[in-house]
Design a protein around this ligand. Structure first.
Ligand SMILES: NC(=O)C1=CN([C@@H]2O[C@H](COP(=O)(O)OP(=O)(O)OC[C@H]3O[C@@H](n4cnc5c(N)ncnc54)[C@H](OP(=O)(O)O)[C@@H]3O)[C@@H](O)[C@H]2O)C=CC1
Ligand SMILES: C/C=C/C(C)=O
Length: 421
């Protein structure tokens, strides 16, 4: 068992613990000792600084000046020490969103991280995700907290036997570059019980753990197959069709022998869906008469609707459903910026649902957390076989998290929106 800790107390405790100690390799032991010495030096400098401060208060003007100078030297030394405390950059949610999220709803701050305690790991963000759920979910948190979100991170220190230094994990560590995380805390993962150790992706990029080989991929896999229960020949309509989940659902539907129609928000996205993903048809819902487009492209009616957006587009699709059709309610992004204090309205939909005996089921991907690996494995297999194509929209730089998030909500992404730290 390997444990590298920055906390002196923990370090001594670990060394006394024979199960840990017996397995600590010599190099790691030396690293622990070096860490201990570094902390001692730091403490010594801090004590000297304190002495200098006290003397300034007591001595003559000349001695005071000397001590002021000394103080500056100590301060400078501490700042320049290579073993300073580990820092993180993070985005704080300073205002709850009203309508579309804005840059000034966030504040970028820098903070020192505490030393590790038992069961904790230090994680360094490599890729961060921006997802639609962040818009509605963040209103449930108080302001002043780190903005919620998952990331692919490298474990750089560990006091947890299951999480080794060098591993990559997916966790809900928020919008920050580094995090000290108790890996047993259920809050460390939004969808699973603990941070997910990324399996072998056969050389594919680790960012996929936030997309096609992660939560959105599993949303498509389980949310479509389990709720829509597609049969060969079924007509499937997908809204939000060029996004992370939608583009994946459309391809699974094709693999199951269905006819696939997509709705999305730009001509460029329509072209991608038809030319590269081989959708049977796709439409720009912003410039097309959706009711007419459905009549033309699905004269036989719709068997399965994978709904990512809700609103008027969904009213049109549901009206076109066939008897005993299935609707998987995955998301309703068209209303995420709406005023949530108003009671949601369900004006006419029941009449159609009743008359056509439709099944309409909402879900959270978390429901299938006990089958998580099944989804990841199947999606990986499909990618390797060339049956599943993915695309990412990458924003460079942690400082651009807010731009990536706002841009994704506006539809600037094709496929999964991610941020490279
Ligand atoms: N139930 C669950 O467990 C999960 C649900 N979801 C939901 O799935 C949906 C898709 O998520 P994801 O694939 O990650 O995100 P996407 O990659 O699809 O990105 C969001 C997209 O939403 C579209 N959009 C934005 N505003 C509107 C609008 N007013 N009307 C229609 N479309 C709009 C934009 O594309 P365009 O250019 O086409 O407008 C934008 O690119 C979301 O609703 C999300 O909340 C996601 C994961 C899990
Ligand atoms: C679990 C994710 C939910 C939404 C609404 O995106």
């Amino acid at each position: 068992m390997l444990c590298i800790c920055r906390d002196t107390r923990k370090h001594d405790q670990v060394l006394e613990d024979s199960t840990y100690y017996s397995n600590i390799q010599a190099t790691e032991y030396v690293r622990l000792r070096i860490g201990f010495v570094k902390r001692l030096v730091r403490m010594l400098l801090q004590m000297k600084m304190l002495c200098a401060k006290t003397k300034i208060k007591k001595k003559s003007m000349q001695e005071r000046n000397t001590n002021y100078l000394l103080l500056e030297v100590y301060k400078k030394n501490i700042v320049q020490l290579p073993f300073n405390m580990v820092k993180t950059k993070k985005f704080i949610l300073v205002k709850h969103f009203v309508g579309e999220p804005k840059e000034n709803d966030f504040q970028l701050v820098e903070e020192d991280l505490p030393a590790l305690r038992d069961r904790e790991i230090l994680c360094e963000a490599v890729w961060l995700s921006v997802d639609p759920y962040m818009r509605p979910f963040s209103n449930n948190f108080p302001t002043g907290v780190t903005m919620t979100g998952t990331q692919v991170a490298k474990v750089t220190e560990s006091c947890h036997p299951e999480y080794k230094v060098g591993m990559h994990v997916v966790g809900d560590f928020g919008w920050q570059t580094r995090a000290v995380v108790n890996a047993d805390d259920p809050g460390a993962s939004l969808w699973l019980e603990k941070p997910y150790i990324i399996p072998d992706f056969s050389g594919l990029p680790l960012s996929l753990a936030l997309g096609v080989l992660g939560m959105p991929g599993n949303t498509a896999y389980f949310g479509f197959l389990e709720i829509c229960d597609p049969k060969p020949g079924d007509v499937v309509v997908v809204s939000g069709a060029a996004g992370a989940v939608g583009s994946h659902v459309g391809q699974i539907a094709q693999l199951k022998g269905c006819k696939v129609i997509g709705f999305t928000g730009s001509d460029e996205k329509v072209k991608w869906l038809v030319d590269e993903l081989r959708f049977d048809a796709a439409f720009n819902y912003k410039t097309t008469d959706v009711v007419e487009a459905l009549k033309q492209s699905t004269p036989e009616g719709v068997d399965c609707y994978f709904d990512n957006v809700g609103g008027a587009l969904s009213s049109a699709v549901i009206s076109q459903m066939r008897f005993r059709g299935r609707i998987s309610v995955c998301g309703s992004i068209s209303s995420y910026n709406a005023d949530i204090s108003k009671l949601p309205q369900a004006p006419d939909i029941q009449r159609t649902v009743l008359r056509k005996e439709l099944k309409m089921e909402g879900f959270s991907v978390k429901y299938w957390n006990d089958r998580w690996d099944e989804g990841i494995k199947q999606n990986l297999q499909w990618i390797k076989e060339g049956k599943l194509v993915y695309r990412e929209t990458v924003t460079e730089g942690f400082e651009n998290m807010t731009k990536a998030f706002i841009g994704m909500l506006r539809g600037e992404n094709i496929g999964k929106a991610v941020v490279k730290v």
